[in-house]
Ligand binder design. Structure first.
Ligand code: XUL
Ligand code: CO
Length: 433
């Protein structure tokens, strides 16, 4: 222990009646839910960037936190790694996630940045071996440094495209070395600020070529994890190409990558795109594209991607319902892409934010499992579509339009509307959440 988290003891499950705020009241990693341990269902991860690297800045003001590991040196990066693994030990969650820029100082040259990354990942490797903490995914930060202001793979400057290739290669290499379960690409600057200076056809082509190379490289090095795209409609770019699940699916189909790449779906990004989280999850599942989730919550008044810790059990339950219904995570998991508010200065705030969020996920998972085990929604859904079980209804899907139309007159069809029963279903859901 480095001392930053003082005497905060590892958080243990103490049951719902406990009034110890430093205990899990719902997250019992060993509790079996639908035949699987809760820890193996949720596959929780701490996000390095929000918990270790973020300094509390917002668009109107700078750093508010005062963590002893801040700074641009390797010494600071090593101290940050120590604090990170202390936090992981306190929380006892199985995974973490990081960007290159979260964990190492930027060097004077690309080669120096890469050596810094490799050196920190050597430290990670040793700590992971000691503690058993695993890497859910790695990624490259290709949005913070000013070189990325006009995009990475979609940049008008081919040398930035090359630099992006070098960054992704370096990050894939360390992710592979650390046995990461996935590699994520989120295109924060892959989009535009104004169409007046943007050739969006060309930029999409560049993005497609780039992703193809990433997939080829994955196979070349024998990386067994999944490549994941994380959709988001805007912020920081005014318009981002990976807008939502449907848009990314269309993009992957266009470049023949739909069987190679899956999705990392974030609650706050779904809301920004004008969808619900469960919509995005259900759509991805229906396309067999569900990879992993970034769990968080936006402030519904501000309209920004505020990356707060989740605290809404009914919403979380509906999200995990879709995950469980799709068969659960394979390589994916639940990454807390969430940060404490800029006035939450203390080490305790960082720990308690995760404790609360982990309990919310546990409650959501249990509610989702109870809903699935009861089967009410699936029964009601089956009834609603029962007409399609009839062989003649299925046959119709293969018939031409005029044949179907003729049948309406032959049989004098006059279909009667039936209730969608939404309130009954909402009442049913409320019995579980
Ligand atoms: C930004 C965001 C990123 C990605 C990884 O909104 O979600 O942190 O998850 O680059
Ligand atoms: Co995210």
């Amino acid at each position: 222990m480095t001392g930053y988290f003082k005497d905060i003891a590892p958080i243990r499950y103490a049951g719902p009646d406990s009034d110890d705020e430093f205990a899990y009241r719902h997250y019992d990693p060993d509790e079996v839910v639908m035949g699987k341990r809760m820890e193996d269902h949720l596959r929780l991860a701490v996000a390095y960037w929000h918990s270790l690297a973020y300094e509390g800045a917002d668009p109107f003001g700078g750093r508010t936190y005062d963590r002893p590991w801040y700074g641009d040196t390797m010494e600071a990066a090593r101290a940050k790694a120590d604090a990170a693994f202390d936090l992981f030990a306190i929380l006892g969650q199985p995974f973490f996630c990081f960007h290159d820029a979260d964990v190492r100082p930027e060097g004077a040259t690309f080669a120096e940045s890469r050596r810094n990354l490799d050196a920190i990942c050597d430290i990670f490797a040793a700590k992971m071996e000691q503690t058993g903490t695993k890497l859910l995914w790695g990624t490259a930060n290709m949005f913070s440094h000013r070189r990325w202001m006009a995009g990475a793979a979609t940049n008008p400057d081919p040398e930035i495209f090359a630099y992006a290739a070098a960054c992704v290669k370096a990050c894939m290499d360390v992710t592979h070395r650390l046995d990461g379960q996935n590699y994520v690409l989120w295109g924060g600057r892959e989009g535009y600020e104004t169409l007046l200076n943007t050739d969006l056809g060309r930029e999409a082509e560049q993005a497609g070529r780039f992703l193809t190379k990433v997939v080829e490289y994955k196979h070349k090095i024998g990386f067994k994890g999944a490549i994941l795209i994380e959709p988001k409609p805007q912020e920081p770019a005014k318009h981002q190409y990976d807008f939502d699940v449907a848009t990314v699916y269309g993009f992957l189909k266009r470049f023949g990558l739909e069987n190679e790449v899956k999705l990392n779906i974030e609650q706050g990004h779904a809301i920004l795109a004008g969808h619900s989280f469960e919509h995005e999850l259900a759509l991805a599942a229906s396309l067999d594209m569900l990879g992993s989730i970034d769990m968080n919550r936006n402030d519904y008044q501000s309209g920004w991607d505020t990356d707060q810790f989740p605290n809404n059990v009914p919403e979380t339950a509906l999200a995990y319902y879709e995950v469980l219904r799709a068969g659960g995570f394979t390589t994916g998991g639940t990454n807390f892409d969430a940060r404490v508010r800029r006035q939450s200065l203390d080490p305790e705030d960082l720990v308690l934010a995760h404790v609360g969020a982990i309990d919310v996920c546990a409650r959501g998972l249990k509610a989702a499992a109870a809903m699935l085990e009861d089967g009410g929604l699936e029964r009601m859904r089956a009834l609603r579509y029962a007409g399609w079980d009839r062989p003649e209804a299925q046959a119709m899907l293969d018939q031409p339009l005029d044949r179907i139309a003729a049948r309406v007159e032959e049989r004098d069809l006059d279909p009667q509307p039936v209730s969608g029963g939404q309130e009954r279903l909402e009442n049913w859901v409320n019995r579980f959440v």
